[in-house]
Write a protein that binds this ligand. Structure first.
Ligand SMILES: C[S@@+](CC[C@H](N)C(=O)[O-])C[C@H]1O[C@@H](n2cnc3c(N)ncnc32)[C@H](O)[C@@H]1O
Length: 254
């Protein structure tokens, strides 16, 4: 497992560092899943926080991540949640003995840096899904004619400090490269103990965006039908030029 995804391994123990209440986001996914059924698959789940929320409300959830440290930390927090299974696996090639999946979502396909990887992930997910089961992908979209951009180094503080005796913060800069459709994110995470000793680590990676046409072609090739397309969680349509996209697709071939 040597994919170039940055340092999620070191980030795992501090993944819930931001102090933000994620209830609204969890509720969004709970309602979305409920439209399709109770068997839920969550790839690239990090600690599995959303999976735990859904399982606590009656869903049967398999959540998985390629970074073993993330799953280890997730198990520390959510081992007692009935109906939640946390696994280490690669979304591009996984096999679980589970009930056919009704609903699956990911906001993190940007980590899949080639169209081949995207297709492998779509196929692996489809193998676990019932006909008519739904996959929702939230992604940055690559747009023809867009320009490169750069967000300079900024410092980020949590809304409230989450870890007893440890103060945490992050710095980060972002560069979007129009010629490749890749966003380069470079961050440093800091954790300072009560004695003032500061530990830090780098977390740098690329996220790939794809043209709308590339997504549509991949969906078709991998046996899915597009049933919804939105440019925000609140708005029920999209316009060309929007660079954020939610694709709602259903498995249409066995
Ligand atoms: C931004 S984090 C996900 C955050 C998560 N959606 C949440 O709700 O907290 C991206 C995660 O994707 C995982 N990941 C990256 N490539 C992966 C792959 N090929 N298969 C499975 N997980 C992967 C990383 O280990 C990391 O935990």
């Amino acid at each position: 497992m040597t994919k170039n995804i940055g340092n999620y391994a070191r980030h795992a123990q501090y993944w819930d560092w931001s102090g933000y209440d994620r209830t609204e986001e969890h509720e969004y996914w709970l309602k979305y899943a409920a439209k399709y059924g109770k068997n839920v698959l969550i790839p690239m789940c990090a600690l599995g926080e959303t999976g735990a929320y859904l399982a606590e409300r009656g869903m049967t959830v398999t959540a998985f991540d390629i970074t073993p440290e993330m799953i280890e930390e997730g198990k520390k927090r959510f081992a007692d949640v009935p109906g939640l299974q946390l696994q280490v696996a690669d979304v591009c090639n996984f096999h679980f003995e589970i009930e056919p999946v009704d609903f699956c979502y990911s906001t993190d396909f940007g980590h899949l840096l080639t169209r081949e990887e995207i297709k492998k992930a779509l196929v692996s997910i489809a193998k676990h899904m019932r006909l008519g089961g739904c996959l929702v992908i939230e992604t940055r979209l690559r747009i023809f004619g867009e320009e490169s951009s750069y967000s300079p180094l900024q410092k980020f503080h949590p809304l409230s400090q989450n870890y007893p005796g440890i103060k945490v913060w992050k710095t980060g800069q972002t560069r979007y490269e129009a010629e490749t459709g890749r966003t380069y994110i470079s961050q440093t995470f800091y954790a300072q103990d009560a004695k003032g000793q500061t530990d830090s680590f780098e977390h740098a990676f690329y996220l790939q965006s794809y043209y709308r046409e590339e997504w549509l072609e991949a969906f078709k090739e991998c046996g899915y039908q597009l049933v919804g397309e939105y440019s925000s969680r609140d708005v029920s349509s999209w316009q060309s030029g929007d660079s954020f996209r939610i694709f709602e697709i259903v498995k249409s071939d066995s």
